[in-house]
Design a protein. Structure first.
Length: 413
């Protein structure tokens, strides 16, 4: 199953994102660590040469070098136990140049729910690192990954696409500042102290002036450590639901497989704002139906716009210009890599012909005995000429290989 060119035309991406699916649907296709390990292992068995999976709150994408894209779709859907037909109905299936362009734009923040969200770069790094740990990354994706990171850095440093602090978590801060009176005096319960939770916590302090913040995390020590660092309170997870009933603002940035906050946990009609930053959703949608409760998830938060986002829109053409330059460089590497493979094949063929005593097509017809050094020189001369023609005419190397083989056949007859 692995006997196909490991080149640009066999590079695919199959994915879903916020553009055609809501958070509930995306959560069913989300990939956890256990899924990821199975996918990489199974990919090798099915002849997939290289692969990595990017799974965030906004998207699930599988990138790979494979015989065809159906292999990638099947892997993803089997891992999550979801329908391949449903996936295809909401998915984008890209190949070759289109697939690479997509990854460049994703890494630059151009495809994020909130334009210019730079957190995606760290998520791509982690995805590739996880695959590499299981030998799922080869020379093609390694080179592409490095070029993508370089491009993302150029976009960040040379445009204002990521200026300011705008992300889904920061959109939550914007919402609270605009909608909650005297927000700095409210009791805040933050559930989950991973990267998103930590960033949100600091934004609550820095932008809203909140100090009445209580942290809860499944691993209690992580909550204790962050609370100690920021001079906040923390509670063990066993006391979560008593804390829920006392909080004015509840922010959930956990990573549970199913909702941890349901309507039954929010008895009472007091005004509460509940913000769910988790994928899958960790707050059940039934909460939104309760009197006095305002629930927002990542999809709703992404609709919030401000002046920063408008300024970022003006930077899109600059970012695309940088990406165009960098993708051209990567595509040139792909072309040269393919030509090199052809040249190697030709060299082996010529050496084989010489060693079997039929080298006359390389030399003048009057030549009878040719030293090995001279043969090597002449073979290299043929290769140099061939390489020059390939560069100038930008044609497929196999055409030249066929021509040489035809020439050999003619001279041999």
């Amino acid at each position: 199953m692995g006997d196909y060119p490991k080149d640009l035309q066999h590079f695919f991406v199959a994915g879903i994102s916020y553009k055609k699916s809501d958070s509930a649907v995306r959560s069913r296709f989300a990939i956890n660590n256990e899924h990821y390990e199975w996918i990489i292992t199974e990919a090798k068995r099915r002849g997939i040469a290289e692969i990595f999976v990017l799974s965030t709150c906004n998207r699930t994408e599988v990138y790979g070098i494979a015989r065809d894209i159906d292999l990638l779709v099947s892997l993803l859907c089997e891992a999550t136990g979801q329908s391949a037909e449903e996936f295809r109905n909401i998915a984008y299936l890209l190949r070759g140049k289109d697939a690479t362009q997509h990854l460049f734009e994703v890494a630059a923040g151009l495809d994020s729910q909130i334009l210019g969200d730079y957190e995606i770069v760290g998520q791509i790094k982690l995805a590739v690192k996880q695959s590499k740990a299981q030998n799922g990354i080869g020379p093609f994706i390694e080179r592409l990954f490095n070029q993508v990171l370089q491009t993302s850095k150029l976009v960040k440093n040379n445009t204002a696409l990521s200026s300011g602090t705008v992300s889904v978590s920061f959109a939550a801060i914007q919402f609270l500042r605009e909608q909650v009176a005297d927000v700095a005096d409210k009791n805040v319960l933050l559930i989950g102290t991973g990267k998103i939770g930590r960033n949100t916590c600091r934004n609550l302090i820095d932008y809203l002036g909140c100090r009445n913040i209580t942290l809860v995390n499944r691993t209690h020590q992580k909550a204790v450590d962050l609370a100690s660092e920021l001079n906040l309170e923390s509670l063990p997870s066993e006391e979560l639901y008593s804390a829920v009933s006392n909080a004015d603002i509840i922010i959930v940035a956990a990573n549970a497989d199913e909702p941890i906050i349901r309507a039954a946990h929010l008895n009472g009609k007091q005004q509460q704002w509940i913000i769910d930053l988790s994928i899958p959703n960790n707050v059940h949608s039934e909460v939104a139906e309760l009197t006095g409760k305002r629930l927002l998830n990542v999809d709703e938060l992404s609709l919030l716009k401000d002046e920063t986002l408008q300024k970022r829109m003006a930077e899109v053409p600059k970012a695309l210009a940088i990406i165009a330059e960098q993708t051209a460089e990567f595509l040139e590497w792909c072309r040269m890599r393919k030509q090199l493979a052809v040249l190697v094949q030709v060299k082996l063929k010529l050496e084989e012909i010489h060693s079997t005593g039929n080298p006359e097509f390389l030399y003048n017809s009057t030549t009878t005995t040719v030293p090995s050094e001279d043969a090597s020189h002449r073979i290299q001369k043929v290769l140099n000429t061939m390489a020059a023609k390939m560069r100038v005419k930008n044609e497929r190397g196999c055409h030249y290989l066929e021509a040489i083989n035809d020439f050999i056949a003619v001279r041999a007859n």
